[in-house]
Design a protein around this ligand. Sequence first.
Ligand code: ATP
Ligand code: MG
Length: 562
Amino acid sequence: MRWSKYLIPTLKEDPAEAEAVSHKLMVRAGLVRMLAAGIYVYLPLGQRVMEKINAIIREEMNRIGGQEVTMPVIHPAELWQQTGRWYDIGDEMFRLKDRNKRDMCLGMTHEEVVAWLASKEVRSYRNLPQIWYQIQTKERDEARPKSGVLRTREFLMKDSYSLDMDEAGLDRSYELHREAYCRVFERCGLRFYVVESDPGMMGGAGAHEFMAPSPAGEDEVAICSSCGYAANIELACSQPNKPAFPSWRLEEVATPDCRTIEQVSSYLGIDPGLTIKSLMVVTQEGPLLCLVRGDQRLHEKKLFRLIGEFRPAHRDEIKKISQAEAGFIGPLGIDLPILADSCLQEGVYVAGANKDGYHIRGVIPGQHFKARYADLHLAQTGEGCPKCGNTLTVECAIEVGNIFKLGIKYSVPLKAHFLDEKGEARPIIMGSYGIGPARIAAAAIEQNHDANGIIWPKSIAPFQVHLLVVNVSDPKMREMAERLYEELCRNGIEVLFDDRDERPGVKFKDADLLGIPIRVTVGTLAIKEGLVDIRVRRTGEEVRVPEGEGVNRVKARLGGVM
Ligand code: ATP
Ligand code: MG
C-alpha cells in the first residue's frame, strides 16, 4: 500500500479529551475518528487491525467447531419481553418503534435470538451440541462511553453460544471456549489473566473474564503471583492482615466529636484495624447492621448478593433505633440483626457505644454480640491470598472477553427444547461467550507502546513492514524503494510504502507512531553504496544490509519479532 494514496491522517497532538494512552495513539496514528460520544469510524489502518484480530478469532472459533452465522442488529421487542430483559434492562438498551408502532430494540447481545433460533431448528439430542458464533455490531447506550474504543456505544463483538443437552456438555463447551479464548489473546500478543467473575445480568452458574492488565482498565483484579489465584474485585476474597490485638477489658470511652474511623483511631491512638465500622442499612426485610473492620471497605456488591436490594438508613431511622448518631452506632445492645465481615470473628475491637460521644473498647465479637458472618470487605493490595495466604496485588485491567454458563435461563422462556433419548422434551443448556475486538486492539496498544508511539504485536499489526524512502524526489532512491516494494510484496509481505513527499523527520516520526514491526529505510547510503537500513520497532535494533539481501533479512527479522 502506498501511503500517498491511502488515508492515514496522523496527528502531532493528542486529542484534547483523551486520557487513555490507547485512545490518544489510536487517534494520532489515524486508526479511528469519533463521530459522536462512543461512536467511532474505523479508518483504513484501524480497519486492517480489526480484520487481523477478527481473523484470529475466526480461526480459533472454527477450530473448536464453531459455526459462523449473522444475526440481526434489530430485534422485535417480544423476544426480550419473554425473557424479561425488556423490563430489567434500563437506558442501556436502544429502543425504537417501526412504522406500525411495534416495539423494537437494537441488539445489545444475542441470547434471545439464539434461543429463538434453537427453538425453531433444534429438535432432538442428535442435533446437539452446537456452537454458533458471529462477529456482529452491538448497540448499547453506555452511561459513560470513554477511553476511545474501550467503551463505546456501538461496537463489534464476537459472541458465541453453546447449546448442549446436559451440564456435562455445557462444561465441555465452556472449556473449549476457555481454551480458544486463551489462544486468541496469546496470538494477539496480550498479557492477560483468566479470572472468576460475577455472572451479573446474564444470570447462570459460572463465569470467567479475560483481563488484560492496563491502567486504562475500568475493572480491577486481585492476583496472587504465588498460586495463580485471580478474581475480579467484585468477587475477590482476601485474608486481611491481622493487627496485634491488645488485652483490653470492656469499657466505655469518651470519644467527643469522633465520628469517623480516622478520628476515633487517632483520638484513641490505635490502629484503625482495631476498630469496627458499623453501617445501618435497610433491606426489604427491614433494618440491618453491617460490620466491617475499621481499615476495610464494605463491598456493596458482595452485600447486595447476600441481602438483595438495600439502602443506607436515614438519619432519623438510625437515631430511632440506636439512640445515637451514625458515627457512634455499634453492635452492642442494639436491637437489630447483625451481619459482620468474616475477619471480625477473631480479635478485640473498639466499636460505637450507641451513645453520642462514646465508643466501647474491648468488644469481642461472638462474646459480646451475636452476628452472622460473611465475606463483606473489598480485597486490597498487600492482603493475604484466600487460597495460599501469600500477598495479593490488586490492579486495573481491561475486560477483553468473558464466558458464562447460562444454563436454562433463556431456553425455558423461549421454549428452546429438545427431545432426549427417551423422547421427553427438555430445555437446551446454553452458554454464552463474548470477545471485544476493539478492546483487544486498545489493550494491545496499552501494553505495547513507548513515548514515540505504538509497538504492534506482529500478529495484529496493520502492516508487517514500513518501507520509508527518505527523499522521494531523488530518482535513484525512488527507484530502489520501488524495487524493494515490489519484491517485498511479491514475497507475500504486507508493506506500507511511505512514498510521500514529506520531510524525513516527519516520516520517521510517523513510522514510530504507527508502530509497524519492521522499518526498511532507503536513504542516501542506498544510492551511494546500495545499502538499506532494517530496524525493529520494538527493540530499536538496526542493521545495514546490501539491497539484494534486504528481503531475506526482513523475512528473518519478521520471524524473530513478537
Ligand atoms: P463491561 O463490564 O466492560 O461493560 P460487559 O460485561 O458488559 O463488559 P459483555 O456484555 O459480556 O461485556 O460483552 C462481551 C465483550 O464485549 C466484553 O468482554 C468486551 O470485550 C466487549 N464489550 C462490552 N461492552 C463494550 C463496549 N461498550 N465497548 C466496547 N467493547 C465492549
Ligand atoms: Mg457492560
